[in-house]
Design a protein around this ligand. Structure first.
Ligand SMILES: [Fe+2]
Length: 397
């Protein structure tokens, strides 16, 4: 029996359908009734950055996102600027401190540009918080209503790894551009063709030995289930290694791979992140596109840098045999450094940017799924070798 799926507010605005989402992010049928902490989907990724005014321009000009809302001194918010950007169902909120005493600046001083909040849309904030509290979660904000002329939003927040939080948002009674306190704002430029449509997953890097604890947190507190597991040797190079497990919400819209460093001969990419982010945090965001070639070309033209993939990756006969037939000639992928992985369900195309800020911390992945619900396990080896060459160039390996 097909179970009725709900579109999120953002997906409706982006005119995305369930079939498209099934293809883009591997949405699955699921019965919300038995879920102690039902999650509809992503609400927003909230960043603290050193210069939100310039970051907002970067994500518009390079990533093709659209400015939709704003909060700042002109709207009565004297603490910080906040720009709300959209691409398809993806919403970023970029915050930069104005008042020298702003907490946004404290966060930035410690962590550099990073993600402070992975906000989730839920149908019942109070039910989620009741369950989370009973399971021992840290409730940072009790459920409360915020209201303006566009209606009412119910919000609460719980703590997750590091200084990251999950704000829970019920916007079913709200029609404004983002949240009360924000005003609609556009760039005035004609909208561009979208470069990505949805958020596929957000990866968290956690401390050595604590991955299972955080997997347990998502099981117990948020009712998430395990997807894939990659452990130890699965993703070890000669020098460094990591362990990774993936948890997902019931409908698989929200997927959280969690990494911890594993022992290697040298410092792993997770250790480097933890050192430069000053603790656990969100490592990468995977943006789902239905045309990764066009997206990569557009981003590269705008100056976004991607991790190079060695030519040997494409000429390796074992890899060619494993990949099989994909929708474009391998040469097209090789020209852009796009990776391919295949499993029993299908294949996926993926590529990773270099870190987007000054610190070697947060970066992006672009992903085009064709049936595969995986995360590119088969590419980890080739990819990590490429990442380690980059670490060595920075003198951190
Ligand atoms: Fe990923």
């Amino acid at each position: 029996m097909a179970i009725e799926q709900t579109l999120t507010n953002q997906e409706r605005l982006a005119e995305l359908g369930l079939d498209q989402l099934q293809q883009l992010v591997g949405l699955v049928e699921y019965d919300e009734q038995g879920d102690p902490f039902p999650v509809t989907g992503w609400d927003a990724v909230v960043w603290a950055v050193g210069n939100a005014t310039q970051a907002a321009a970067f994500y518009q000009l390079a990533f093709g996102m659209e400015l939709v809302a704003y909060s700042g001194p002109e709207t009565g918010n004297r603490d910080h600027h906040a720009y709300v950007l959209r691409s398809g169902a993806v919403r970023f909120v970029l915050k930069g401190g104005v008042d020298p005493a702003s907490p946004v600046l404290d966060h930035h001083r410690r962590h550099g540009d990073g993600i402070v909040d992975i906000a989730l849309e839920v149908p019942d904030v109070d039910r989620c918080i009741r369950h989370a509290r009973a399971q021992g979660a840290t409730v940072l904000e009790e459920p409360h209503d915020v209201t303006d002329e566009h209606g009412t939003v119910r919000l609460a927040a719980i703590a997750t790894y590091g200084e990251t939080r999950h704000t829970l948002v019920d916007r079913s009674r709200y029609t404004g551009p983002y949240l009360p306190g924000y005003v609609a704002r556009t760039s005035g430029r004609p909208p561009r063709k979208r470069l990505f449509q949805a958020l596929d997953h957000v990866v968290g890097n956690v401390e050595l030995g604590r991955m299972d604890e955080w997997v347990g947190f998502y099981h117990r507190v948020m009712g998430f289930t395990n997807m894939a597991e990659f452990i130890g040797d699965d993703i070890a190079t000669e020098y460094s290694a990591l362990m990774s497990k993936v948890v997902a919400s019931g409908n698989h819209r929200v997927k959280f791979p969690l990494n911890e460093p594993a022992a290697g001969k040298k410092r792993s990419q997770i250790d480097e992140y933890l050192e430069f982010y000053c603790g656990p945090g969100a490592q990468h965001l995977a943006l789902a596109t239905n045309d990764i070639l066009r997206t990569v070309d557009a981003l590269r033209d705008a100056g976004v840098e991607f991790l190079p993939t060695p030519d040997s990756y494409y000429t390796d006969p074992a890899l060619r045999a494993r990949i099989g037939e994909v929708r474009v000639p391998i040469e097209e992928l090789q020209a852009r450094g796009i990776l391919v992985d295949r499993d029993e369900d299908g294949y996926l195309l993926q590529i990773f940017t270099r870190p987007i800020g000054d610190r070697p911390t947060v970066f992006f992945e672009l992903i085009e799924r064709h049936g595969s619900l995986g995360f590119g396990k088969g590419n980890f080896q080739a990819l990590f070798e490429a990442i380690e060459r980059e670490q060595a160039r920075r003198g951190n390996f």
